[in-house]
Design a protein around this ligand. Structure first.
Ligand code: FAD
Length: 265
């Protein structure tokens, strides 16, 4: 059953007086849980990560491990800290999978494409360019970086002011032309699923990512690294900040063993 069929079925089954509320609830992703405070933006002020749900705590990790010998800890103590470190350093990782966090993310498609390669312990749902017009704009870099001559996938030095201005001019012109194409195709009555083929990888999209704590730590291990692209590292820094607040003891342990190391951005 498609979403739209499902949606109309829900409406059919709903008493008339509640329908307006349901429509309001699902009308626009931008209305989704805006009241939550834990929403942090990237430097361009457009991209963001918002923590929308969290299950578990530092304590639930050690208690999941302790079920092996029928014990529970009520308050996190020194013994728990030692156990936490023992579990991680001996790859007894299953206790780190009961804890999950859901994030709402707004990021360019090229960032999400890298992010979505993280699959194990992760659930993904993304805005559909078939159901909706993609109207959140395009990513504009704060700085332009020049191609690294030794690391083929990297870029290091920040471009000088003249190059920066030229690159910005090319980008602005391209985005304007693309935006016109997309709108004109839609005005012609072309379906959204085909009109979107002109959109670039820099188009902003929205998604929900739910991941186990182990999967989040694995993501951070790879994407805080200096080898990861700057633009995804910016998001990884936010994921670190939001997750560390929820699991402070776990991150204290990961920092103590040098597992989590943010490369400067
Ligand atoms: C700097 C960098 C450059 C990259 N460049 C490219 C690129 O050029 N092209 C490209 O396609 N991808 C690229 N990737 C993506 C990379 O190959 C991984 O797909 C991505 O980092 C997700 O990591 P993962 O596979 O460990 O995560 P997950 O898929 O979430 O897997 C987590 C862990 O589960 C285990 N696992 C997962 N699947 C299996 C399996 N089938 N069998 C056994 N164990 C499994 C592994 O231990 C794995 O580390 C790059 C990643 C980085 C960090």
């Amino acid at each position: 059953m498609s979403y739209s069929v499902l949606e109309s079925k829900v409406l059919e089954d709903t008493p008339k007086e509640s329908r307006v509320a349901i429509n309001n609830d699902i009308s626009d992703m931008s209305d989704y849980d805006e009241s939550l405070e834990t929403k942090l933006f990237t430097k361009d002020g457009v991209g963001y990560v918002q923590l929308v749900d969290c299950m578990g705590s530092d304590l639930s990790i050690v208690n999941a491990a302790r079920v092996s010998y029928g014990r529970v800890s009520k308050e996190f103590n020194e013994k728990d800290m030692k156990l936490l470190k023992y579990l991680w350093t001996h790859e007894h990782t299953s206790p780190f999978r009961h804890e999950t966090i859901s994030f709402k993310i707004k990021c360019p498609i090229f960032v999400l494409r890298q992010w979505m390669k993280h699959t194990i312990g992760c659930a993904w749902n993304e805005q559909s360019g078939r159901y909706t017009e993609l109207k959140y704009g395009y990513f504009k870099p704060q700085d332009w970086r020049l191609q690294d001559t030794t690391n083929k996938q990297g870029s290091i030095v920040i471009a000088d002011e003249t190059t920066r201005q030229q690159a910005n001019a090319i980008l602005d012109e391209t985005y304007e032309s693309i935006e016109n194409c997309y709108k004109k195709l839609l005005e012609l009555g072309i379906g959204r699923e085909q009109a979107r083929i002109v959109l670039p990888l820099s188009t902003y999209t929205e998604c929900v990512w739910t991941a186990s704590l182990q999967a989040i730590v694995h993501f951070l291990d790879l994407r805080l690294d200096s080898n990861a692209q700057y633009e995804i590292r910016e998001f990884a820094m936010i994921i670190l900040e939001l997750t560390e607040k929820k699991f402070p003891k776990t991150f204290q342990m990961l920092r103590e063993i040098d597992f989590i190391q943010e490369a400067p951005i």
